[in-house]
Each structure stands twice: as C-alpha cells, then as structure tokens.
Design a protein around this ligand. Structure first.
Ligand SMILES: *[C@@H]1O[C@H](CO)[C@@H](O)[C@H](O)[C@H]1NC(C)=O
Ligand SMILES: *[C@@H]1O[C@H](CO)[C@@H](O)[C@H](O)[C@H]1NC(C)=O
Ligand SMILES: *[C@@H]1O[C@H](CO)[C@@H](O)[C@H](O)[C@H]1NC(C)=O
Ligand SMILES: *[C@@H]1O[C@H](CO)[C@@H](O)[C@H](O)[C@H]1NC(C)=O
Ligand SMILES: *[C@@H]1O[C@H](CO)[C@@H](O)[C@H](O)[C@H]1NC(C)=O
Length: 795
C-alpha cells in the first residue's frame, strides 16, 4: 500500500525529524490510504456499501460537502435513498449557542476530579443534550489537540490535561459516554495543534486579529507516538465515528492534507473506520486533501463539492476513494442507528428567536428542553473539580458572622451583550474585555448558559441561612481601593474572586491574572480584618508568587472554568458541605522561566519560511515531566490538592495478573512485540488508603512509573494509574491500578513497534506527582501469553 520511498523514509525515522510527506508524492489517481472495512461495524459497513453502491457520483460528493442548514454545519444527504444530511455542532462543554442546554464545567476543570465515573457520566449527560437538539455529530471532545504543551496556549482549557495517560483515559470514557446515546463524537483537533496562529496585522475594527498564519508543528516520531497520539488512539478504540483535522501544519504539510497523519497514522496504524472532517477553514486543497485522507469538508463548499466532482471526473481521484469517503461517512451513521431513530434538528445556529431565514430557507427554534436534572450533576462535577491549593484552617468556614466579597469575578457575567454570543470577548481590546464571573472561555469551546449562579448570589443565599452578614465591592480597579479597604477591614473573612478569560484565536501574553487581579488580592489582604480566601477562575496556570505567602492569605481554591453552577459549587466547598478532593491536572510553576522558553511561537521564525515553525524539541518532557527532568521546584505540582481530612497509604504491591482486553470497541492496528494485546492488563498494583482525619472525603491515589535507565529519552516519571476512593473517617479501602501492556511500553522508532523495555522499573504511589512515599522496583516482562515474572524489591 505504501510507496517504496515512503518505506525507505520510515527506516530513517530515528535519524530524521518526523517524516513529512511532500505533496509531490501524491500521484494523481492512485490512492495509497487504507480503504475502510468497517471493523466491528461490519453490519453497518455492509449496509453502507449497499446503499453507496446505488448512489450517483453527484450523490456521493454531496455526502462529503456541507450545505446550508440550521446547524453550525450540515452535510449533504441522499434523500432518494433515505440518507439524511447530518447536523454538526460544537462543542466540548455542552451544545454551543442554543437555549435550554447546560453550560458544563469545561474539560480541563472536570479533569481535576480525577474521577472516571464522574467523567463518563458527564459525557453521557452532555451527549443526551446534543441528541435532544437533533445534532448528529458533536464537534468534540478535544482529545489532545491541544494537549497542553505550553501554558500560554489559548485553548488548553477546552482539553483535559497535558498528561497523556490522564488525557487518554478521559478521552476514552468521554467518547464512550457521549456515543452511548447514539450521538457521533468527533475527536479533535488532529493533531499537534498546540497553539493559535501567528498574527502580524493590526487589530480589525472589532478588535479581531488579522494577517494570521498557521504554525507548522515540527515533531519527531517518538514524541508523536508516546505523547500526542495516545489520546486519539483511545478515541478510536472507544469507537469515535469522526475525527477533525486541525488548522496547523505538521512538519510543513497542512494537517488536513497530511498523508502521514491521516492515512498512515490514523487510518492504517490506528485502524480508524470513521470519517475525517476538516476544521472550519482548515481545508487547503481538493486532490491532496482527498488523496491524503480527508473525507469531508466543513462548513461549506470550498474545495469539495463541485471541485471534488471535477477531480473525480478527471480521474485525479479514483472512484474507489470516493466510495471509501462515502462508506466512512455512512457507516457510523448506521452503526449508531441514526437512520432508525433520531430526533430531527429543532434549533437554529446563532439565534434563539423562534424563526430565522437564511438564503431563503426558514429555520425554527423549538426551544426543546432536555436538561432534566443536569444542573445538579453539573454542580457536582464543578464541586468535585475544585482544587484546594492552600488552607491554614480557615476553610471550611465556621463560627463567623461577617464576610466580605471582592472582585468583578463574583458578579453576574454579561452574556448576549458585550462580547457577542460566542463570547469572543477580546482581552486585548479595551472596548470588549470580559466583565463578570468567568465560567467558560470564548470561541468555539464556549457553551451557552440559560443562567449563571454567580458567586455573590450563591454566597449571599447560603450566608443568609446561617445569619451571616455579607458585604461586597465588585470592582477591580484602584479607583475603588478605598472602598475595598474599608469593607475588607470590617470583614472576618475576605473572599476574593479573580480570573483569566481565554479565547480561541489568542494565546496568552503572560501568566498573570486579568485586570490587575494580583493588586486586588494584595489590597484586600492588606486591609482584611481576618483571613483571605482567594478563588481562581482561570483557564490554566497562573503565577501566584506575588501574593501566595502574604500573612493573611488563608486559603486558595483553583476552580477553573466551572460552568453555570459556579457559585453553588464554590459554596459547597467553602462551607464544607463537600470535602474538596480534586487535584491539579497540570503543574503551576513559580516563574515564567520555569517553562522552556519559546515554546509558544509569536512571530515568523525565518524569513525564508512561508509559515512559522514550532520545534517540539522538549520531546516527551512537557508539564510535570519538564519540571522533573530539570529538577525545577514547582509552586503546585501536577496531582496536588488538599482536603479537609487526611489520608494515609500503605501496603503497596504489584501482582502479576493477566486480564484480556474487555473495553475495546474498535480495535487498533498498532504494532507491538509479544502476544498479549497492547491493551491487555499485565499487572495490577494495589495500595490501601485510610481516612485518618475527622470528616468523610475522597482521595486520589496516584501511581507513577519510571522506565529502566536504559530508556534515555524518558522523563523521570509518568502517571500510569489513578483511583479515587471515598472514605468515612477511619475507613480503609484497597484500591487497584490495572497496568496495560501499552502503559509499560515505549515506542521503538527503529523497529516501529511498541515494546516493554528490559531492566528495572520503579513504581511509586502517593497523593501527588511530588509526594510519592511508597515505592517498589520490579523487572517486568511478558512471557508467552499469560506471563510474567516479577521480582519486587521495596526501597
Ligand atoms: C440498491 O439497489 C438494489 C438494486 O436495485 C436494490 O436491490 C437494493 O435494495 C438497493 N439498496 C439500497 C440500500 O438502496
Ligand atoms: C444534497 O443534500 C441535500 C441536503 O440533504 C439535499 O437536499 C439534496 O437533495 C442533496 N442532493 C442530491 C443530489 O442528492
Ligand atoms: C465591561 O465594562 C467596561 C466598563 O464599563 C465596558 O467598557 C465594556 O464594554 C464592558 N464589556 C462588556 C463585554 O460588556
Ligand atoms: C499527602 O501525602 C503526604 C505524604 O507523602 C502527607 O504528608 C500529606 O499529609 C498527604 N496529604 C493529605 C491531604 O493527606
Ligand atoms: C490492606 O487492606 C486489606 C483489606 O482491605 C488488609 O487485608 C491488608 O492487611 C491491608 N494491608 C496493609 C499493609 O495495610
């Protein structure tokens, strides 16, 4: 299937940067990508073949191209054969921009729960809200593009975490959960989309960016396989029906025409049987895109449609490839039974009114409400995802009579007004900065809230029940520092709400708070009659050194982007109705220089290149792995989070225990050494967790491994297990960490396969990536199918 040239290049993989496939190698008319066979969707594939066999060329092309419709994008259908066009809508934190839906905590916030069941149930409930609106394909979840290579990237909050194991497990559960209702998910943005474009023009009249050029991400084979690809592999394994190719280039080639990314990695190596669709505006060509694996263009007809038809008729694209595109689109539609039983589209994009006309088509919003009790579950997710970073004992609040609340972030947000419906509120523009509490970021990851339980509202209601007085000054600017000081001085506890609002299209310029939040915190701290509690609503890492150790800073909560139930969730934690149990899903450094310099590209990198290049030269060492590798002391490490109780762990053991794969929905085609499946469990580690404090609570036990020292490219340790028992005071529980073959393997770039390295592995267990008191060493290997020999040594 592959050209000789391609194979020869592969052999050179260890010597070369990740292999770009030049467009020159596309021989018109000869398709090199794998044709789909449906995998486990054999029956749906058979039906797809049958119906596609009856379609004209025009009808097949219609499937691959968007038409005018009520959704953010609608693909064409073949009504003659009862194949309806599909409705596509963002996004990861709930159906974007319609009414009677829930604004969920965003993915990176929910990731802080480290709770598998919670993540899957969140996904099931989000999926049902999409289905209820008649959306066929959700343009989400974000599963590793961005992964979170740089803390400056403007869209990290839409994804789970920079740790590939945590991101992988959550991506798998999210796809499985969302698709359980018959919805089709679209894993995105494929791949290496780790920052926004470089924009060199002036701001336009609206404060938007101009003259933007997408980045080329330059990465090597090992980093691709071990860091950026695993989350996507898990979405394929979970049976995602669609994958979205991204805006960036990959070693020079636009992602949506990369043979290497789409044909070789996704469709051949991962065995993906669904369809690849383009991000909006990410298609750059007709023939190379189709020949290199892109199956559908969204949102309109630019390079597909008429141009695709012409290319087929000219023989530049073979009919077999057009059939393959049609099979890949129709198979997931049949496999998810959307042809049998699926609600009709009952809303219209970008408008909540009853009726709208676009190009002579009339669309109606029926205001269908499928939320049920989702607000209660959204509150639970937000509560369980709030990380307690510091606590002198001021929390949970008790025995107080007077609270002061400070910061515009405690106030109702502006929604339809100001920033516009997609919350494209531009931080850099004086005219349109964000006002009010930050519950979600802006752009295509924004989800619409019917209401927001603002922090001040929820605190006032809760305080009233206990006869507590609440005063507030909701301004951030120094002009109000007099009033802030006066109110703070008379408060027993001062609650300060600060934020960072992030928007698609804008990478961060710095890691500080918006609107001088640091000055506000310092002013309140200076004046407060008692201790200060700081609540951070930020889309990622912030530097806290200016204020974290000031004497009256009693507590700090990282609440991320918690969605519409923000105030209720923070009240649950402040008053101790819920015991915080979340952990940071990324590392917070002490200084901007703690991260590699230049890992976000802000200008053209060379006069001779037509596009800027980002060199992923840190390899596997992003986030905590970078801090570990260079021995940099973080402020708060990955996996860190406090509780109102205490826990102890004991009895750490590793058992040989082969368990065949039980959760794969679509098998991948990844190459590996040995007989046991790459996703089979080979070992199970276990540890006893005891609640040694006075209140009930949950603890995240975390397992990290270090590869044998022969693996010189490996950072010091990798998360490879997490589990979260809920324990009453004095209660103990044994928790288990299944270790799959892939979790113990590295990618051999020379032999192009996964294998378990020889030598001594170190396993550590504890409550954060820097607090791992229990440790053991073991040789691990797979003997025949069923295993294994370990020699364990406690150290
Ligand atoms: C396709 O056409 C054949 C022959 O006319 C017919 O038997 C078959 O039912 C059709 N299949 C579909 C799915 O339309
Ligand atoms: C293309 O799709 C649209 C939307 O489903 C449909 O109205 C139109 O009839 C289709 N065209 C053909 C040739 O089937
Ligand atoms: C935020 O408030 C400022 C000052 O009142 C105002 O100029 C700006 O337009 C507001 N932004 C939004 C999005 O409403
Ligand atoms: C986390 O573990 C360390 C020991 O490694 C312990 O000192 C600390 O109290 C633990 N944290 C909690 C919240 O139990
Ligand atoms: C761990 O807990 C189990 C029961 O859950 C108990 O049998 C065992 O002795 C405990 N081990 C240690 C080392 O505490």
């Amino acid at each position: 299937m592959w050209s000789v040239l391609h194979d020869a290049l592969l052999m050179l993989a260890p010597l070369l940067p990740y292999i770009p496939v030049s467009l020159d190698t596309v021989k018109h008319g000869e398709y090199r990508g794998p044709l789909s066979n449906g995998g486990v969707w054999a029956e749906a594939f058979k039906m797809a073949k049958d119906v596609v066999g009856n379609m004209s060329v025009e009808e097949k092309v219609n499937l691959t191209t968007a038409v005018i419709g009520p959704c953010q994008a609608n693909s064409g259908g073949v009504p003659r054969l009862n194949i309806l066009g599909m409705c596509f809508n963002d996004g990861p934190a709930g159906p974007r921009y319609t009414d009677f839906v829930t604004q969920w905590p965003s993915a990176f916030t929910a990731a802080a729960s480290f709770d598998r069941e919670l993540i899957e149930e969140r996904a099931v409930r989000i999926g049902k809200e999409f289905r209820g609106k008649g959306i066929n394909v959700e343009l989400g979840p974000v599963t590793g593009g961005p992964l979170g290579r740089s803390p400056y990237a403007g869209r990290n909050w839409e994804a789970f975490t920079p740790d590939p194991y945590l991101s992988s497990t959550m991506s798998f559960l999210t796809v499985r959960g969302m698709q359980s209702s018959g919805l089709i998910t679209c894993a995105k943005h494929y791949i290496l989309y780790e920052q926004e474009p470089v924009c060199t023009g002036p701001l336009d009249g609206e404060g938007g960016r101009t003259d933007c050029i997408d980045i080329s991400s330059e990465v090597d084979d090992k980093t691709m396989k071990e860091l950026y690809l695993p989350s996507f592999a898990e979405t394929v394994r979970a049976g995602t029906g669609a994958v979205m190719c991204s805006y960036n280039r990959i070693n020079g080639t636009p992602a949506c025409q990369s043979d290497d990314a789409m044909n070789r990695l996704l469709k051949d190596e991962l065995g993906f049987q669904g369809f690849v669709l383009s991000d909006f505006g990410a298609t750059h060509s007709t023939v190379p895109s189709a020949m290199n694996g892109m199956d559908m263009e969204l949102p309109g007809e630019y390079f597909y449609g008429g141009r695709l038809l012409k290319a087929i008729k000219n023989g530049d694209i073979p009919h077999s490839r057009l059939d393959d595109m049609a099979h890949r689109i129709v198979t997931p539609y049949f496999a998810s039974k959307q042809n049998v039983d699926y609600p009709k589209v009952n809303y219209q994009k970008y408008d909540l009114a009853d009726k709208k006309e676009i190009d002579g088509h009339v669309f109606r919003n029926e205001h269908v409400n499928n939320k049920g009790e989702n607000h209660l579950f959204a509150r639970k997710v937000a509560t369980e995802s709030t990380v307690l970073l510091k606590n002198s004992g001021v929390l949970p609040l008790k025995g107080i009579r007077r609270i002061g609340v400070f910061g515009t972030d405690a106030e109702y947000p502006h929604t339809l007004s100001g920033c516009g419906p997609d919350l494209f509120c531009l931080v850099a523009s004086e005219r349109r900065y964000w006002n009010g509490t930050v519950t979600i970021g802006g752009g295509s990851g924004a989800a619409y809230a019917d209401y927001v339980a603002a922090p001040l509202e929820a605190i006032t209601l809760r305080a009233r029940q206990s006869g507590i007085r609440v005063d507030h000054v909701l301004h951030d600017d120094p002009a109000h520092f007099g009033a802030i000081g006066w109110v703070a001085y008379q408060s027993e506890v001062c609650l300060v709400f600060v934020s960072v609002f992030l928007v698609e299209g804008w990478d961060r310029q710095h890691l500080r708070l918006d609107k001088g939040g640091e000055e506000l915190i310092k002013k309140v701290e200076e004046s407060c009659g008692g201790e200060v509690v700081v609540v951070l609503h930020t889309g990622g890492q912030v530097l806290v050194e200016d204020w974290i150790n000031l004497p009256k800073i009693g507590a700090v909560l990282f609440a991320g982007y918690p969605g519409q139930e923000t105030g209720n969730a923070i009240v649950d934690v402040l008053w101790g109705d819920a015991n915080p149990s979340a952990k940071l899903p990324f590392t917070m450094g002490r200084s901007a220089t703690d991260w590699p310099t230049g890992n976000i590209v802000r200008e053209m990198t060379s006069k001779s290149d037509p596009y800027p290049r980002a060199f992923f030269s840190e390899g596997l060492a992003i986030d905590y792995k970078w801090f570990d590798k260079w021995n940099i002391r973080p402020r708060f490490e990955f996996g860190f989070g406090l509780s109102y109780t205490t826990f102890e762990m004991s009895g750490f053991m590793l058992d040989d225990k082969y368990e065949p794969v039980s959760d794969t929905i679509q098998p991948t085609n990844e190459k590996y050494e040995g007989k046991a499946d790459l996703y089979a469990v080979l070992y199970v580690a276990r540890v006893n967790v005891t609640n040694t404090g006075k209140v009930p609570g949950a603890e995240v036990a975390q397992l990290y491994l270090s590869f044998p020292s022969s693996e010189v490219e490996q950072p010091p340790k990798h998360l490879r297990g997490y589990t979260k028992p809920y324990l009453e005071p004095g209660q103990s529980s044994t928790v288990y960490f299944p270790l799959r073959k892939k979790d113990l393997s590295v990618w051999d770039v020379r032999r192009q396969l996964w294998h378990i390295p020889k030598g001594t592995f170190t396993f550590r267990v504890g409550n954060s990536s820097r607090s791992l008191p229990l440790q053991l060493e073991a040789e691990v290997k797979e003997t025949d199918h069923a295993l294994l020999s370990t020699t364990q040594r406690f150290v």
